[in-house]
Ligand binder design. Structure first.
Ligand code: NAD
Length: 313
């Protein structure tokens, strides 16, 4: 039985599939040629590049499973596939820890002005060393601070787990969840804390740092009204989706000093974020790399392989 891996897979995932007896073809087939070639395979593995639409599904009666490495299924006509008895698989949890760690990359960066040091030290040369040393002398520790987590799903919970390990207080906001148990700490010393969710207003009034972990549902979760309720000097991180923060309101809040710094992994207009965000001195930037770690890629590969083997055997 042949499986087409059209957008790449981690070598461990490929090995697991081969050990289970499948022939794994990693030679990419162009989108336009899939209609004539995909019927030679029992399953196709994709990321976001390859589209598996109803028309293609109708032309490939031999297909038994469609596997998507990652979260979103926008590139697959899921209901149509399922109506034909084709299993649709994805790996929504595999990258959660990596995204949560990126949140703390940004928070530690902002807390100690690393983003500004990295911009200014090369361009200003040694002459400004002592000036910058003085300017950045008021860094802060994360330990003992309160983090507000908006959306306490998979990634929100991993973010809470890291925060608890650092000795931070956690206030979670999630209209669909009442309480969650968050395990944290190393395997040998695991502890669990139960966190009851609170109202947005209570979180905004108390949080020193705020991280968003919600889907984009058509309108911003943080806009001018919310920024005006935050503690002065708050740090904000967005590693969820563009659109969940009103970017105009964020820039105003950074310029007025309500927000001391923001870490952004996602943007409204990807892959062309607006220039005033990219060049803002108080913003730490990353190009939508939340899930892009060796560990997440391996977990995605292994989870895909295990689910495919279960679905096809
Ligand atoms: P999830 O579905 O497990 O959790 C989302 C949570 O948000 C749910 O608990 C839901 O109840 C809650 N929620 C929905 N609307 C809300 C609102 N208005 N206020 C507060 N909470 C609300 O999703 P997840 O896997 O944790 O992913 C979270 C976000 O991270 C998604 O937008 C996802 O696309 C994004 N993501 C980003 C990257 C990256 O590379 N930066 C990688 C993976 C996922």
């Amino acid at each position: 039985m042949k499986i087409l891996v059209n957008d790449g897979i981690d070598p461990t995932g490929k090995r697991l599939l081969e050990e289970a007896g499948f022939v794994v073809d990693t030679n990419k087939i162009a989108q336009a040629d899939l209609a004539t070639k995909l019927n030679d395979y029992v399953a196709i593995c994709v990321r976001s590049a390859t589209k598996v639409r109803a028309e293609l599904i109708d032309q490939t009666p031999n297909l038994k499973a469609i596997a998507r490495g990652g979260v979103g299924l926008d590139n697959i006509d899921v209901e149509h596939a399922q109506s034909k008895g084709i299993k649709v698989i994805n790996t929504p949890a595999a990258s959660s820890r990596s995204v949560a760690e990126l949140v703390f990359s940004h928070l530690f960066t902002l807390a100690r002005h690393i983003h500004t040091s990295n911009r200014r030290m090369p361009s200003e040369g040694n002459g400004s060393f002592n000036e910058l040393k003085k300017a950045f002398s008021e860094g802060i520790e994360l330990t003992g601070r309160t983090i507000g987590i908006i959306g306490i799903g998979r990634i929100g919970q991993e973010t809470a787990s890291i925060a608890l390990g650092l000795g931070m207080d956690v206030i979670a906001v999630d209209p669909f969840i009442k309480s969650v148990n968050i395990p944290f700490g190393p395997k040998a010393h695991k502890a669990t804390v139960t966190i009851e969710t609170k109202s947005m207003d209570e979180m905004l009034a108390k949080a020193d740092m705020i991280s968003l972990h919600v889907p984009f549902l058509g309108k911003a979760v943080l806009g001018a009204e919310e920024f005006n309720k935050m503690k002065k000097g708050v740090l904000i991180v967005n590693a969820s989706r563009g659109g969940t923060i009103d970017e105009d309101a964020l820039i105003n809040a950074l310029n007025s000093g309500i927000v001391a710094g923001a870490g952004l992994d996602v943007f409204d207009n990807e892959p062309n974020p607006r220039q005033d965000l990219l060049s803002h001195a108080k913003i730490s930037l990353s190009p939508h790399i939340g899930a892009s770690t060796e560990e997440a890629q391996e977990k995605i590969g292994v989870e895909l392989a295990e689910q495919l083997i279960a679905a096809l055997k």
